[in-house]
Every structure is written in C-alpha cells, then in structure tokens.
Design a protein around this ligand. Structure first.
Ligand code: SAH
Length: 221
C-alpha cells in the first residue's frame, strides 16, 4: 500500500489547524467540521504535496482538474444539510475528497466523473479507504436514473444551467447545491434549490465562487 494512503500524527495535527481556519471563515456546522477533521485530505494528492494538503487552497490533481478548496467543500457540504442515511448524488468525483466528506457524514454517496483517467485513478484510491462511495464513469448532466431518487444533489463543477435530468431525479423536499455560471462569465453563483411538492424549485443564493467547467460527455480531455 502506498504510504501516502495512511494517516499519521503530523497530518492529524495539520487537519485540526485546518478545522480551526474553517471555523474562523464562518463554517458553523459541527458535523461538517468533524467530517473535515476525519477525512485525510493528503491521500487525495500526490505524495509530494502532504504539507499543502491542509492549507485552504485548491490543488491540481491531474487531467487539468483540481481538488476543491477545503473552505468550498465545507461550505457546499454545510449548505447541503446532509442527514445520516441520505442518498446523495455528487457530480464531479475529481479527487474523491468531497465524496468522502459526505460519506463521513453518514450519506450513501453516488458520485459521477466524466474524465476517464481521473475516474480510474480516484477509484483506486477510494478502494483503499474506509469511506463508502460508489463511483461512476459518466456524464453528470444525465445523472443516475437507475439509482434515483436522491435526497441531495451536489455539483462540484461550474454548471451552465440547472441540469433538468438531475432535478427530475430529486425527491420532493430534496435539495441541490450547484454553482451556476454567472452571466458575466467570470465565475459561478452558488445556488441551493429545494424541490417543492408541485415540482418547482425554491431558490437561495450564496455568493460567488470559481469552479472548473461542467462539460458534456465522457472524455479524456
Ligand atoms: N469534488 C471534487 C472536485 C473536482 S473538480 C473533489 O473533491 O476533488 C470538478 C470535477 O468535475 C472534475 O474532475 C471534472 O472532470 C468533473 N466534471 C466536469 N463535468 C462533468 C460532468 N458532466 N459529469 C461528471 N463530472 C464532470
């Protein structure tokens, strides 16, 4: 086993410090902070980046993609209001870090990645970790019709609009947290959408973020 996949005291200490930073940045949900404290972020990065793993920064994970900044992961997770046992669909597995944070909260996580190499690389890492995440190579715009309906949907790439297939796969009362491309084309606006009994969406806005783009179809690009 790659030694980088193991946790250690140094990493645990750095992680506690990261949790303090997130608290200072306004993350208040103790369950979310506990999940950040539990998931070893360094195992999702290449071994030379152990120190940087616990800074509040995004990081390259290969294939032109990034592991989201811890404060963004914590913020999206807090907005999602996950409860133990809920079925959560994640679009954009990437490194697998966000998926493990959700699993650590007791969610049943279904995560889709479109980038083939990244999908296989991350699957290999997740196979060695104690977090229960089901990963799928596919196009997140289509969701997972076979596994619907979901209590929660989280999109971790900048979406051009709200994917209609994903709304259809949400339970009534379910929530989606999604960064939507802003009309000015310089980032995304974080939205939380709650599905009403009549199928319409109640919308809340939570500020500006910067994500890699949500792209169509499986690919190697
Ligand atoms: N949640 C990730 C963040 C990854 S960045 C983490 O914790 O590391 C966003 C990811 O979304 C990238 O890996 C990108 O390849 C993927 N992505 C982009 N468009 C997608 C789509 N249509 N379906 C699934 N994944 C997509």
């Amino acid at each position: 086993m790659n030694h980088n996949l193991q946790d250690n005291y140094r990493a645990k200490g750095l992680r506690k410090h990261l949790v303090d930073q997130l608290r200072a940045k306004g993350i208040t949900d103790e369950a979310v902070l506990a999940a950040i404290n539990e998931v070893p972020r360094h195992v999702f990065l290449d071994s030379s980046f152990v120190e940087q793993a616990y800074q509040d920064k995004a990081f390259p994970i290969g294939a032109g993609q990034t592991i989201s900044q811890p404060s963004t992961v914590a913020f999206q997770t807090q907005l999602l209001n996950v409860e133990r046992g809920m079925k959560v669909l994640e679009i954009g597995t990437g490194s697998g870090y966000q998926a493990c944070v959700l699993a650590s909260l007791g969610a049943k996580v279904f995560s889709i990645e479109r980038q083939r190499n990244l999908y296989f690389k991350t699957k290999e890492i997740l196979d060695h970790l104690p977090f229960r995440v089901k990963t799928f190579l596919g196009d997140g715009f289509e969701g997972l019709p076979t596994y619907q309906p979901f209590d929660r949907v989280i999109i971790t790439a900048g979406a051009p609009s709200v994917p209609t297939a994903l709304v259809e796969q949400m339970k009534t009362g379910g929530m989606m947290v999604v960064p939507i491309d802003s009309p000015e084309g310089n980032g995304q606006l974080m939205l939380r959408l709650t599905k009403q009994p009549d199928g319409s969406l109640q919308k809340e806005e939570f500020g500006d973020f910067k994500f890699v783009p949500m792209l169509r179809n499986i690919g190697n690009d």
